[in-house]
Ligand binder design. Structure first.
Ligand SMILES: [Zn+2]
Length: 337
């Protein structure tokens, strides 16, 4: 039976408080996803089943063996709202959801057995006391010292994330598979370490059994409208403001009879954003806000599109991809899971 709010229009739905939605993990499409992770744990001989619950985003509460899953994944109407508000749904497909669950499961297992406090742990992953800022890091894209699981070489963001990513790969496939896939990579040492570690601890009772469910959806009194205002603010990155010279180099100024640059960008906006997102791994909302900003600037500068549009398309997409990637390397890159 669908809740009464499922037929509301976005603007009316946004007025509701998250705690009043009454969404439950057990009766949602997330249940089989969580069960699959539990089955994978069983298949690897791990007896612990981390607590899982609906929260306000993807995370595992610090020091608690639990997995928080964003509440909007628990109902198709909320997924549609998320798509309208944020332009994409993180973990919205079964496969994507499974990858994020395995990653958070890695944190939860770390918390349960306090793995990152072990003496040998830093020699493999680095010191977990490193300043925690996985949103700002400088990945080395071709490094073979890290597994590849979530996009943006996320394993390189922090030792704790490196562990969670390595754990996710270890959990997702039998050892023969990852040994084959990572043959000759330095990352295999991390996978072998996790394999040995899990064999050692998996039969033991966890050191931490439970803890507080931080930001549980049923306790969130904020309205959906406020929730989205906050997240949109967070995702709208502060890209630096010096595009004018670049834009002038890409476009032209007032060639008689030529199309305004903003019109051309408007026409190709969807394809442009899709390809930047595909190849940079950046959030769609972030890229979309950047494109919007550049379009405004093109209008203010009265830029026009040169006649050789094929070249222009290549230049524009290369430029945007490099803006996003440089920003990813040097700026505040707001992704954390
Ligand atoms: Zn993480």
């Amino acid at each position: 039976m669908d809740p009464s709010w499922s037929s509301l229009k976005d603007e009316d739905l946004l007025a509701l408080r998250i705690c009043d939605l009454g969404v439950r993990l057990e009766t949602s499409d997330l249940k089989p996803r969580v069960d699959q992770v539990y089955e994978e744990l069983a298949a690897r001989g791990v007896s612990l089943r981390p607590d899982s619950y609906l929260g306000d985003e993807w995370f595992s509460p610090e020091g608690v063996p639990a997995i928080a899953i964003p509440f909007y994944l628990a109902h198709p109407r909320l997924k549609t709202l998320e798509l309208h508000q944020m332009l994409e749904v993180e973990g919205g497909t079964a496969e994507w959801c499974q990858m994020l669950l395995r990653h958070e499961c890695g944190h939860a297992i770390d918390h349960a057995y306090r793995l990152s406090s072990r003496q040998d742990w830093p020699t493999i992953f680095g010191s977990p006391d490193l300043e925690y800022s996985p949103e700002t890091y400088t990945p080395r894209p071709y490094s073979k010292s890290f597994v590849r699981h979530l996009p943006n070489w996320y394993a390189q963001s922090h030792p704790d994330e490196d562990f969670a990513e390595t754990f996710a790969v270890w959990l997702s496939a039998p050892p023969d598979d990852w040994r084959e896939r990572y043959r000759g990579w330095k990352a295999i040492e991390k996978l072998e370490y996790v394999d040995a570690l899990m064999r050692e601890v998996s039969g033991n009772p966890p050191l931490v059994r439970r803890g507080r469910r931080i930001s549980e959806a049923k306790n969130l009194r904020t309205t959906l409208a406020r929730y989205y205002t906050t997240r949109r603010k967070l995702y709208a990155e502060d890209f630096p403001d010096f595009y004018d010279a670049d834009l002038r180099a890409i476009f032209g100024n007032d060639e008689p009879g030529s199309e305004p640059a903003v019109k051309l960008m408007q026409r190709h906006r969807g394809a442009l954003i899709a390809s930047i997102v595909q190849w940079t791994g950046q959030r769609k909302y972030t890229v979309s806000m950047l494109v919007r900003k550049l379009m405004l600037r093109c209008r203010e500068l009265n830029l026009t599109a040169p006649r050789d549009t094929a070249r222009l398309h290549f230049e524009l997409s290369s430029y945007l991809a490099s803006l996003v990637t440089n920003h990813l390397y040097t700026g505040r890159f707001k992704r954390s899971v």
